[in-house]
Design a protein around this ligand. Structure first.
Ligand code: ADP
Ligand code: MG
Length: 412
């Protein structure tokens, strides 16, 4: 008997739900696409491309819309003999300095047999190579720097590229930059001279609402699933969950994919609302595990302290810092660690809040009490508990009784 057999009951083509699938149309972004098209129009007119800065939270269609428009731009430019467009797409996630971006650009303009290595050249030499490549290709060159905030402080390329022509570094090419970012604060961190040029035209993609998400999912689900396997409530529920959270199409699609996958793994014939709810819990657990991976042991203990206080006394929630801190000190001692001081400990609570694992509420008690923060767990307790069970220090902590008490108090 075969160990693997193709299962064909649920999905017709699950790739359609994956992140890298390029949708044929993006109806929910009509207005933004109109504006974006307008900003790209100079390219077709054969004039200097604008630099565009596109921002919005994760999963709102920034990458999909950009690829969609650039594809059309290249295609439509073909009918004009005097318009010559080259587009280069780079995701900066692994390109955390100007040097790396410049090398990646040189290599994407060069022949695969003539690539340069990622180290060993002075930055100026790489820039020289880049100007040479840009000039030899000529015409309009649009460079997309997706997730551009990863470049960090070392952002000289964002200054050099848009000025290359006016600084006489290149002659034949007209360069336009499209910077994309989820980080709203990125703009403020830029050198004002960089900001002026990079953000010449600005475009914001707001979160999707439940109706948008429902329409997006319906179009994708139609191609992804066999007909008739989706219960009527499934798509609206995925859309509603994602809309309540961040309004991210990526999150909605992930949820639908996971729900379908659960149905398949459980050998069910249809995908139901229950699958969606179960998928939501699973994905949430993964998200916490993912964000917890990078925490230090004190970060883990800080979170565990919040969980322990919550289990010990529901009345105390949301919790004051001092209550959490005392619990944390006990946990640190129990695991043979020197507890951190109050300020360093506070930083861990702030980090956990930023990751969305804790919710932080600001209290203002006026002159008498001043301003302080209160904390509570913002992820399912069950998921938080099971992530602790995978930590190397779990043996020194009495997680079993914590879980037992959580169950007794009806928290899980
Ligand atoms: P961002 O770059 O803003 O993080 P993406 O463009 O990668 O988001 O979109 C996330 C996922 O959602 C992708 O799979 C994308 O195809 C899909 N998506 C986003 N907006 C739409 C839309 N309007 N119609 C269809 N699919 C969309
Ligand atoms: Mg993106």
């Amino acid at each position: 008997m075969a160990l693997f057999e193709r299962s064909e009951d649920i999905f017709e083509d699950e790739n359609v739900l994956h992140d890298d699938y390029q949708p044929q149309s993006l109806e929910e972004r009509d207005n933004e696409l109109d504006q974006y098209t307008g900003y790209l129009q100079p390219v077709i007119n054969g004039s200097q491309p604008r630099n565009i800065f596109l921002y919005g939270k994760t999963g709102v269609g920034k990458t999909a819309a950009t690829k969609y428009l650039l594809h059309h731009l290249e295609e439509d430019a073909e009918q004009y003999d005097d318009v010559d467009v080259t587009t280069i797409y780079l995701n900066c996630e692994d390109l955390t300095s100007s040097y790396r971006v410049a090398v990646a650009l040189v290599n994407s303009l060069r022949d695969p047999t003539n690539q340069i290595s990622r180290t060993g050249y002075p930055l100026n030499a790489v820039y020289e190579m880049l100007w040479e490549e840009l000039d030899s290709i000529g015409g309009s060159v649009l460079i997309v720097l997706d997730e551009v905030d990863y470049i960090g402080d070392d952002d000289s390329i964002l200054y050099q590229l848009p000025r290359a022509r006016s600084n006489d570094k290149i002659e034949n090419a007209r360069v336009g930059i499209i910077g994309i970012s989820n980080d709203f604060k990125f703009r403020d961190k830029l050198d004002p001279r960089v900001e002026d040029t990079l953000c010449e035209r600005e475009l914001h993609f707001p979160p999707y609402d439940a109706t948008d998400l429902k329409n997006i999912l319906e179009r994708r689900a139609d191609r992804a699933f066999e007909s008739g396997v989706l219960d009527g409530d499934v798509v609206p529920l995925c859309a509603a969950f994602a809309a309540q959270d961040k309004g991210s199409a990526r999150q909605a699609l992930d949820l639908l994919l996971e729900a379908g996958d659960l149905a398949r793994r459980q050998n069910d014939q249809t995908v139901t609302e229950d699958h969606v709810r179960e998928a939501k819990q699973l994905l949430e657990k993964q998200r916490i595990e993912e964000s917890m991976k990078d925490l230090t042991s004190h970060g883990h203990l800080a979170l565990l302290a919040v969980v322990s206080c919550t289990v010990a006394n529901q009345e105390d929630v949301p919790l004051q810092k001092q209550t959490i801190y005392e619990q944390y000190q006990d946990l640190a001692t129990a695991t043979d660690r020197d507890p951190l001081g109050g300020r360093a400990f506070h930083n861990h609570l702030a980090e956990l809040s930023m990751l969305g694992v804790l919710e932080r509420t600001k209290r203002n008690e006026g002159r008498a009490g001043g301003i302080y923060y209160e904390y509570e767990v913002d992820v399912p307790l069950d998921a938080a508990l099971s992530t602790f069970e995978h930590l190397h220090m779990s043996e020194e902590l009495d997680l079993d009784s914590l879980r037992k008490n959580a169950r007794k108090n009806g928290l899980i």
